[in-house]
Design a protein around this ligand. Structure first.
Ligand SMILES: Nc1ncnc2c1ncn2[C@@H]1O[C@H](COP(=O)(O)OP(=O)(O)OP(=O)(O)O)[C@@H](O)[C@H]1O
Length: 291
């Protein structure tokens, strides 16, 4: 089972701060979405409203076809995972797992135990005795083993070391393949996790900047690689997103698409053309002053 998400004209205010500004967004069920945005762009606020952790100031949120706020039957189907554990500091890991087992209708105990082993979690310790990375690993364990039809990871792997993060990406993808559901991952580690996303949503200052399939987004620009002088001549006058040199070779990432004629000329000149990195595009699309 998967759940779609629809956000209609959503505004979230904290006093004078407008965190989300009339946002409209539709996410079909059964995909992995990346939610990107600079600090304070409203990601957590939107995700909190979708998960029923806070009401909208105005506008509407629908999960499936129902409003999640104060809807206990629906919120059991939504798992919102942060980098901390929603439990008392004095609780032991075993008690937190027991609670999740009782609350989550699709909980898979065998899978939870496999994840605990993979992340080397000390089950007898109290939450207060876990390192920051261990707390994150416990959170993602709860998120994965819950197999909720809508699962949201909000920078939930902060503090996890690189092997643990890659183990998480690996588990996320494999478990999603065997148990399809709707997954939203909010992250600043774009290059690291970007290959998992089927669609990418970019927010800036509480507004939607882009919502596209990852491949379509990456096709908004071109990475031109080849002999430094030839690359410089070919990319002159274009909007440059990134530039790298290694010896006589240069790779310049430009914004905008090339015509068939331009592509043919580039190849004739011995240049390689490739898609753009999500990170470069993200920086460009959320830059203070867009060219
Ligand atoms: N509880 C709160 N009280 C007051 N202002 C808040 C509160 N929560 C968020 N904000 C403000 O709302 C705006 C959006 O914050 P939000 O946490 O949704 O952004 P974010 O994109 O998740 O940021 P980050 O990437 O830094 O986690 C920011 O200006 C923030 O200061």
């Amino acid at each position: 089972m998967t759940l779609s998400v629809e956000v209609k004209d959503l505004t979230i205010r904290y006093g004078d701060t407008v965190a989300v500004d009339r946002l409209t967004l539709r996410l079909a069920g059964g995909k992995i979405y990346g939610l990107l945005g600079r600090n304070g762009s409203g990601k957590t606020s939107v995700l909190s409203a979708v998960s029923a952790f806070r009401p909208a100031t105005s506008g509407a949120v629908l999960v499936g076809d129902a409003e999640p706020f104060e809807n206990a039957a629906l919120t059991r189907q939504i798992c919102f995972v942060r980098d901390r554990v929603d439990a008392q500091d004095t609780d032991r890991v075993t008690a937190v797992l027991r609670m999740a087992r009782a609350l989550r209708p699709n909980w898979d105990e065998e899978y939870a135990q496999a994840l605990i082993e993979r992340f080397r979690l000390p089950v007898r310790k109290r939450i207060s005795g876990l390192s920051r990375g261990m707390k994150s690993a416990l959170s993602v364990t709860l998120g994965l083993a819950a197999r909720a039809p809508l699962t949201i990871f909000d920078e939930s792997y902060l503090g996890m070391d690189a092997p643990s993060r890659y183990a998480f990406y690996d588990e996320l993808l494999n478990d999603y393949m065997t148990h399809p559901r709707t997954i939203i991952v909010s992250t600043h580690l774009i290059e690291e996790v970007g290959s998992l996303f089927e669609e990418v949503v970019i927010l800036d200052k509480g507004r939607l900047v882009a919502h596209e399939e990852t491949e379509a987004l990456r096709a908004r620009g071109v990475a031109v690689t080849g002999p430094a002088d030839t690359v410089a001549a070919f990319t002159e006058g274009r909007t440059v997103l990134g530039d790298q040199r290694l010896g006589g070779t240069r790779s310049t990432t430009i914004y905008g698409q090339l015509t068939d004629d331009e592509r043919a000329k580039a190849r004739y000149a011995g240049l390689d053309l490739g898609p753009v990195g999500l990170q470069d595009l993200f920086v460009h699309l959320t830059a203070e002053e867009r060219p």
